[in-house]
Design a protein around this ligand. Sequence first.
Ligand code: ADP
Ligand code: CIR
Length: 359
Amino acid sequence: VKQYSNGDDMTLPNQLSSPDANPKMLMKKHLTPEVYKALKDKKTAGGFTLHDLINSGLVNLDSSTGCYAGDEESYTLFAPLLNPVIEEYHSPYKLADGHTSDMNPDNVDAPDLDPEGSFIRSTRIRVARNLRGYPLTPNLSKEQRLEVEKKVVGVLTSLTGDLAGKYYPLSGMDEETRQQLVDDHFLFKKGDRFLEAAGVNKEWPEGRGIFHNDSKTFLVWVNEEDQLRIISMEMGGDIKSVLTRLCLAVNEIDKQLGFQQTKQHGYLSSCPTNLGTGMRASVHVKIPHASIHPDFKNICDQYHIQPRGIHGEHSESTGADAGVYDISNRRRLGLSEVQCVKDMYEGVKKLLEIEKDAI
Ligand code: ADP
Ligand code: CIR
């Protein structure tokens, strides 16, 4: 992990004054000279420093967030930086409010928004989770990573019915199979530069892998950005079916392993944007007109949804996929999993109204 050099106590890391630094980067915005001075020599009991916390944003000046936590203690020790980052991203949530989870799919009423299948290609819901008793991935040692993998795989291979499947470790997977899984939207990318600078990719690919059932509707990423990314996905727009499968799996894994959580932060994650529910509920949806509507960005903000390209975060939709977007809930903390799904649902409903009006 690259480090930076700094001058006297009050001098911010010089990368942040580069004209290339994204002025909206949350870490940059909230790392004032006072906060920097107060935190620069602090270290968690697990050895995680301010430098470790912010390195991803220093190396990647186009970051939107720019920091990754190394352990539960990072969230309290570095709170003068992280709390404003968290509260801005998950606005209007205030950490003092406290977070409540709701993984009961019966509380979601989400009739298919596109039963004819003209707009919505696929639906995916994932949650980020980390095991109690371990650091988060930026600060996880090789031994701990292997231990987490072993525990998780033990539980996953005991699942039955629709959730039964196999674990495919990344070590030893042939390149063609790996690339196909990425291209088909099932597996994480290799070499993400944000995670690389955060220290998450150490000893790659050891201890990483993917579990999935035969139909690839239930998948678990092991030891990528978070120890677990639990994913339910299927073609079409049946959000309730996707959520029901996810809840069944997450509740079972939780019962057997136990996830890190606090009252204020909900479920812990390495990236502050994933705190709380850790949930990103998304559809791949064809909206060539709505996406160029002058109010597109405002509508996304108003409905708390986030557009991405369809090849994962930081990708653009081009070529045959032009006009197809990944639309998901943006907020994840201070609202329940059920409400995250509702944010996505209401946002997509609105975008489809605009799209249909424009055709
Ligand atoms: P995350 O959901 O973990 O934040 P990414 O945005 O990087 O991660 O997406 C991970 C993968 O999941 C990518 O291959 C992406 O195309 C795929 N994906 C996301 N949403 C959907 C969806 N609704 N349908 C199909 N694939 C999806
Ligand atoms: C960044 O700061 O851009 C990356 N570390 C990813 C941040 C989380 N993603 C998001 O809000 N879209």
